[in-house]
Design a protein around this ligand. Structure first.
Ligand SMILES: Cc1ncc(COP(=O)(O)O)c(C=O)c1O
Length: 396
């Protein structure tokens, strides 16, 4: 058939994570450290709330923005936890996961040839949606600043074409959180500019030391800011598809139109589950964090012992060591590690070209899996180092 399709869809590339995961099926004995979702079950009370909703026939459409009780619960959660407030009637929309919030928001605000600044390495969905909108990504390199976006660099990248700047802290793939002083400096730059700020804080509840600070706590950028969030990570609810976008009323009325034409509303039983998660199960992420911290410490210490360069992450459940010393592309390194070393990690290039030279390890896995994975990684690294030193010696 010779019918064409949308050129921008044709040009989308399959995410690096998916390309890599496709190889995994051929190596069933590999230790898989690629998955970006918690390995805990959804809390029982949350499951029961959805079951009760289904049994009470609460299975139809809801208000396009989500049921009002959920929007109230979202506002109460942010107000109690972080001290800022959004109007549940006009400033909060419940979406099908944070993914739909990203798509809906970008399609609401972006026009062709707009530029969006993204600190990189970064989660790949943003770029794909920006490209689908005909807008352009401008990267803010964070690889030489311990993955913290520099305010000076940000300032130098802002042009007349810049429509938005997006932040994602705690970060996927690096696991770093943004320091409060760095955040102050970024906010000072952005408050002076006519640009939107989008903050994807989906990993906020997985902050390990100190308290998460939200961009929404800065009053002076409130009319430029959109906060993206959801329950996938904090309450291990990736399959329930509940996310939310919070922002200024003036723009949110347009975000709501894009959302309603796209999906009408989020799943209703999941919305009832979300109320339970945000009201009576706020303690759940802290319980998961105890486990993540023990795993993070274990994996970090093992990587350091292996002599790999790595920034210690303080949130999410990822760690992003450098593999530059081996001289392979990150895709080749990850492929060889899978085939010859029996461990699957995501090549850093899946997180933009700025992730080249790194690999992402997820520690959303039980300790015995991590121990086996680190043992295998260590043996593999030793074998490459000894091969490389033999080659270097024989070529002298
Ligand atoms: C930074 C970031 N934002 C958004 C998402 C998507 O979340 P959801 O499952 O709620 O669509 C992910 C998923 O991995 C993520 O890592």
């Amino acid at each position: 058939m010779s019918l064409s399709i949308n050129e921008r869809s044709r040009n989308l590339i399959v995410p690096g994570i998916r390309q890599f995961a496709n190889q995994l099926v051929d190596y069933p004995d590999a230790v898989n450290l690629t998955i970006g979702q918690p390995d805990f079950p959804t809390p029982d009370a949350v499951k029961k709330a959805a079951i009760a909703a289904i049994e009470n026939n609460l299975t139809g459409y809801s208000h396009n923005a989500g049921i009002v009780d959920l929007r109230i619960a979202i506002n109460s959660f942010f107000n109690d936890t972080y001290g800022f407030s959004y109007n549940p009637d006009t400033e909060i929309i419940v979406t099908n996961g944070a993914s739909e919030a990203i798509d809906t928001l970008f399609r609401t605000i972006l026009e062709e040839d707009d530029e969006v600044i993204l600190p990189a390495p970064l989660y790949s969905s943003y770029e794909a949606i920006i490209n689908l909108c005909g807008a352009k990504v401008v990267y803010l390199d964070t690889t030489d600043t311990e993955f913290q976006p520099s305010a000076e660099r940000l300032s130098s990248l802002i042009t007349d074409k810049t429509k938005a700047v997006l932040f994602n802290f705690p970060s996927n793939p690096t696991g770093v959180i943004i320091s409060p002083t760095q955040m102050d400096a970024l906010v000072d730059v952005l408050a002076e500019k006519e640009v939107y700020i989008i903050s994807d804080e989906i990993y906020s509840e997985n902050t390990f030391e100190g308290n998460h600070k939200s961009f929404a706590s800065y009053e002076k950028i409130r009319d430029q800011l959109f906060l993206l969030h959801g329950l996938s990570k904090s309450h291990s609810m990736t399959g329930w598809r509940i996310g939310y976008v919070l922002g200024p009323q003036e723009i949110m009325q347009h975000v709501l139109k894009v959302h309603l034409y796209n999906s009408i509303c989020a799943s209703l039983p999941s919305q009832y589950a979300a109320i339970e998660a945000l009201s009576n199960n706020r303690h759940v992420p802290a319980e998961m964090n105890k486990e993540y911290i023990a795993r993070r410490d274990y994996v970090y210490n093992r990587l350091i012992e292996m002599g790999l360069e790595v920034v210690k992450p303080n949130g999410a459940f990822y760690i992003f060591p450098s593999i530059k010393e081996f001289g392979f592309s990150s895709f080749d390194f990850a492929t060889k590690l899978l085939k010859e070393g029996g461990v699957a990690c995501v090549p850093g290039s899946a997180f933009s070209k700025y992730g080249e030279g790194f690999m992402r390890i997820s520690y959303a896995y039980a300790m015995p899996v991590l121990i086996k994975g680190m043992d295998r990684l260590e043996s593999y690294i030793e074998s490459i180092r000894s091969q490389q030193s033999t080659t270097a010696n024989t070529s002298k």
